[in-house]
Each structure stands twice: as C-alpha cells, then as structure tokens.
Ligand binder design. Sequence first.
Ligand SMILES: NC(=O)c1ccc[n+]([C@@H]2O[C@H](COP(=O)([O-])OP(=O)(O)OC[C@H]3O[C@@H](n4cnc5c(N)ncnc54)[C@H](O)[C@@H]3O)[C@@H](O)[C@H]2O)c1
Length: 290
Amino acid sequence: MKQIEDRVAVVTGAGSGIGKALAMGFAREHANVVLADVQEDALEAAVSDVRATGAQAIGVLTDVTDSDSVARLSSLTLDHFGAVHILCNNAGVGGGGFIKNQQLVDWKWVIDVSLWGVIHGIHHFLPELMKAEESHVVSTASVAGLMAVPGLAPYNAAKYGVVAIMETLHHEMERDPDSDVGVSVLCPGTVRTNIATAQRNRPDELKRSKKNVDLAETRAPEEARKRNAAIAAMLEGGMDPDHVAQKVIDAMIDNQFWILSHPQHLEEINHRNQELANLENPTLISTFGE
Ligand SMILES: NC(=O)c1ccc[n+]([C@@H]2O[C@H](COP(=O)([O-])OP(=O)(O)OC[C@H]3O[C@@H](n4cnc5c(N)ncnc54)[C@H](O)[C@@H]3O)[C@@H](O)[C@H]2O)c1
C-alpha cells in the first residue's frame, strides 16, 4: 500500500496488546480505525485512546469465532466509513499443556478464535478489499506457525493454519488481474501483552469441566503455578507491542509478506527447515513457548 492516511483500517482483538498497538499506529498515520474485540470494557477504553489522537474511530463488539458477528463487523464498517482498505486479523488466544493432557474444549477454543477468526475475517472482508483501489490484509500468526514447540499443540496447529492461509492468499492475489490486495503474515516471538490471561475471554461452554480437569494439573499445582509464572515473566520481558505495530505498518507499505518481528528466531526456523530438506527427524533448538 502506498497510502495509510485517510484509509479505513479494521483491527480484530483491538482491545489489548498487539491489536491495540496496531489501532493506535494506524490512528497516528491518520487512518480511520474500526476496533473490534469481544471484551467490551477493553474495547471501549481502546476506542477512547484512539480517538484521543484525533483519529476517527468506532468500536464494534465482535466475536471472531462467530461468522454472523464478523459479517456484522464488515457491514457496520461499510455503513460508517463506506469502504475498507486494511484488515488486521489479529485476535488470538493460547493456552499451554502437553497433548496427553489436552481436553477437546482446549483444542476447540484455541482453534475457533485463532484459526476460524482469521477465516471469518478473510471470508467477510475479501470482496470489499478486492473492490478497493489498493488494500492490504495481514493476519497475526506467530513463530509457533513456523516451528512446532512442545506444550502448545492447539496454538501451533492454529498458527500453522494461519500461515498456510495467508501464503495461499498471497499467491492467489498475485495472480488476480482484477485486484490490488497486498498480503502479509505477522509471526512474532514474545510480545509484552495480556495473552497470558487469554482465559479471561474463554466462553463458559468451552471451559475445562471440573470432572475432566487433567490429573497432571491437580496433582502438581505447584508445577502449574511455576509454569504460569515463567510465562508471565517471559511476556513481561517481551517486545513492546508498539514496535511490532510499526513493523507491520512498514511491511504493508513495502508490500512485504513475511513479518518476522523477532529475527532472532530465524536460526531456529532455518534449523527446522534444514532438517526437513534433509529428511531428518525434528530436533529442538528453540525454547519459545516452553
Ligand atoms: N504476545 C505474544 O507474545 C504473541 C506472540 C506471537 C503471536 N501472538 C498473537 O498476537 C495476537 C494478539 O494477541 P496479544 O498477544 O496482543 O494478546 P492480548 O490478550 O493482549 O490481546 C488479544 C485480544 O483478542 C481479544 N479476543 C479474544 N478472543 C476474541 C474473540 N473471540 N473475538 C474477538 N476478540 C477476541 C481479547 O479480548 C484481546 O483484547 C494473537 O493472535 C496472538 O496469538 C502473540
């Protein structure tokens, strides 16, 4: 995209973390911003912060797991601003735990938000993005979409899926003579956000039921507590979300597909890809997510 000013940017998961930083970044570039989130109080606060920059902004309470809700986000965007030029499919949740201890509700919640949220966004917004003179769609995956570390299987599966969808969309848009839609995928390492408390927005029907709560957790609450504290400390030391947002905006202007905000992970990703090229069994040199 050559121009951000006066464009209409939609950001999901805009109430917190990377999404809020993206919304603020677009506002500083004088775009009109549509903020979408499932958490109402956080959404309202983010909208008022964005408006305080002088930018035009609306907030739309949206559950990205629900196709009708994302369709409504698209139609309210068009009603209010008349067009859409930038879509950031950013909402995502994650939870830890080994596959042997996962319940089906763990898989369903993470994949519903982090993978289906992206599918719904593309499905409901792509026709409008293709109509625009120039437009861009970026989805937030993770380095966990480029290498699979233990303890994050539903998250890894969702993020590998996001990378695959965006790579496919990139090829398709490149070959489409009728559109000028740029495509990027954001694959961050650790960022200082509220993702460690993602459970705050987990729907009741997908909560782990007491009778199914995994034995490892109940037998070893101290281990679970230590693991959560380690994750919180790791996030606290993570990259400032404003830096990530700036990298996204720069990549959109440069029409750059891969946004690897944490290049230090390239060695681990290359290690994984080299083993694949050599048909060697995977070994781990990464500690991301552990
Ligand atoms: N923080 C990191 O270290 C990190 C690393 C790699 C990738 N990511 C990805 O970045 C994205 C943003 O996460 P974050 O780290 O800023 O976390 P965050 O928790 O600070 O923000 C996520 C936002 O998504 C919203 N959300 C949750 N479920 C939703 C739903 N069903 N519909 C709409 N909104 C919903 C939350 O309310 C929240 O405002 C996610 O896709 C995450 O997987 C984060």
